[in-house]
Write a protein that binds this ligand. Structure first.
Ligand code: 5GP
Length: 172
């Protein structure tokens, strides 16, 4: 049986999400925002974040996996579910649950530029900086976390634990 221990409480997470939402609202006050949420893990963060942004937001979802050695400049991207709205000439915020090696998010950013996005900012609630293989600028980051396998607040282990309200480390 897995052992699950809290790393970050629900209260701390919600306070941070509110802060990020305010920051995004300030930074984008001149224009519209298109949120591209990376499934499945970021569905809970996205739901909380968009309700803390007081500007018009368009929301789209994408699901992808990236493969590739760190020595390859960008891993190969496999899109499993694609966005269903046009992104050409739009200001995009790519919303992730966790950035680990950085391969997935950097390929997704390139993909959105290939589709004609005007700008792409990256927003993640959790960041395992220590594990980075591909340098990527994170524009909005909730928490830098230690190199542990984590679950909760949208993140799973074997498709379970996504519904935990806090972030937990899991050990087998
Ligand atoms: P990257 O391309 O940055 O290595 O991969 C990021 C993806 O790996 C995340 O979107 C997430 O799906 C998965 N991932 C990385 N670290 C963890 C973790 O600690 N827990 C869970 N549940 N998924 C993780």
């Amino acid at each position: 049986m897995e052992k699950v221990e809290e790393l970050i409480s629900e209260k701390e997470i919600l306070a941070k999400v509110e802060e990020i939402g305010k920051q995004i609202s300030d930074d984008f006050k001149e224009g519209d925002i298109t949120i591209v949420s990376v499934l499945k893990g970021s569905f809970i963060f996205t739901a909380d974040l968009v309700r803390n942004i007081n500007l018009p937001v368009e929301i789209a979802f994408i699901a992808a996996s990236s493969y590739g050695a760190s020595t390859v400049s960008s891993g190969e991207l496999k899109i499993r579910y694609d966005i269903d709205i046009p992104v050409k000439d739009k200001d995009i915020i790519l919303v992730e649950d966790i950035v680990d090696t950085g391969l997935t998010i950097s390929r997704l950013k390139e993909y959105l530029f290939e589709l004609g996005a005007k700008s792409v900012k990256i927003c993640t609630i959790f960041d395992k900086v220590e594990r980075r293989e591909k340098q990527v600028d994170i524009d909005y980051c909730g928490f830098v976390i230690p190199n542990e396998f984590v679950v909760g607040y949208g993140l799973d282990y074997n498709n379970k634990y996504r519904n935990l309200k806090n972030l937990c480390k899991i050990t087998m």
